[in-house]
Design a protein around this ligand. Structure first.
Ligand SMILES: *[C@@H]1O[C@H](CO)[C@@H](O)[C@H](O)[C@H]1NC(C)=O
Ligand SMILES: *[C@@H]1O[C@H](CO)[C@@H](O)[C@H](O)[C@H]1NC(C)=O
Ligand SMILES: *[C@@H]1O[C@H](CO)[C@@H](O)[C@H](O)[C@H]1NC(C)=O
Ligand SMILES: *[C@@H]1O[C@H](CO)[C@@H](O)[C@H](O)[C@H]1NC(C)=O
Ligand SMILES: *[C@@H]1O[C@H](CO)[C@@H](O)[C@H](O)[C@H]1NC(C)=O
Length: 204
């Protein structure tokens, strides 16, 4: 349960109550990925996110689903296997602290239920994703919160550091290289590709 909560929470920037309310009907397993709908009770416009098959994430989800007792009356995804009751807000909110404790991080109690959504937004901001995308991903109404993540992202701070220390922003260098089959990493498939652009961020 902890692992599946972590996967869905980070992938979808979910709040604790959104995970608690998630039903088995909200998740569609399309084989190569999961399509998850977070219903919005107020606007009736659901937020949708996808969990791709990285590591053994889908396998973990399927395993968790297979442990669901068949005669459970409710539709909630997260339930205690013994009592078959839906998992509540308190248990769900403890996921980050359980993970932090497993990772032997200091101040385990500081990892509240908000951590999943915050980590998701932080990861996106650090990947250089724009404010609008982060806002939509996390289901925030205003851009103010998302702005904070982008402003404080390592991506932004690195750019600022370069401006302070080197006095220049990253200069654009266009370089054409011919890539032969022999030096393509085997996990990247270029079949049917005719024009591929790589963006390399080089920290000098
Ligand atoms: C979760 O369900 C409860 C009870 O039905 C409801 O009051 C609450 O608004 C729901 N939360 C979300 C985020 O949908
Ligand atoms: C970095 O943060 C500033 C605000 O401090 C913001 O105006 C700017 O757009 C951000 N840069 C990027 C690349 O997001
Ligand atoms: C790439 O290959 C083409 C065709 O073989 C050749 O004309 C071109 O000069 C090569 N470019 C570089 C950067 O090596
Ligand atoms: C490349 O194109 C062929 C013909 O359309 C298709 O059968 C094949 O699956 C494609 N390969 C990939 C990796 O998409
Ligand atoms: C490759 O794609 C880029 C971006 O779409 C475009 O600017 C460029 O002209 C294309 N180059 C070729 C050789 O098609």
């Amino acid at each position: 349960m902890i692992k599946v909560g972590l996967i869905l929470g980070i992938a979808g920037a979910c709040r604790t109550d959104e995970l608690v309310n998630l039903t088995v009907d909200d998740i569609e397993d399309v084989g190569s990925s999961l399509i998850v709908k977070i219903p919005n009770t107020k606007t009736k416009i659901p937020r949708i996110f996808v969990v791709t098959d990285m590591g053994n994430m889908l396998e973990l989800f399927r395993k968790y689903l297979s442990l669901r007792p068949p005669h459970v009356k409710h539709k909630r995804l997260f339930c205690t296997t013994k009592q078959e009751n839906p998992v509540g807000k308190n248990t769900m909110g403890k996921i980050p602290s359980v993970v932090a404790s497993y990772l032997k991080l200091p101040d385990v109690a500081c990892y509240t239920g908000h951590c999943l959504q915050r980590s998701s937004a932080t990861l996106l901001a650090d990947a250089g994703v724009d404010i609008t995308t982060i806002k939509r991903h996390a289901g925030w109404k205003s851009t103010t919160v998302a702005e904070g993540y982008v402003e404080n992202s390592i991506e932004n701070k690195t750019k600022i550091a370069n401006q302070v220390l080197v006095g220049t922003t990253t200069s654009a260098i266009t370089k054409t290289v011919n890539v032969s089959e022999s030096n393509i990493p085997s996990n990247i498939n270029f079949e049917n590709c005719t024009n591929v652009t790589f963006n390399l961020n080089v920290n000098k």
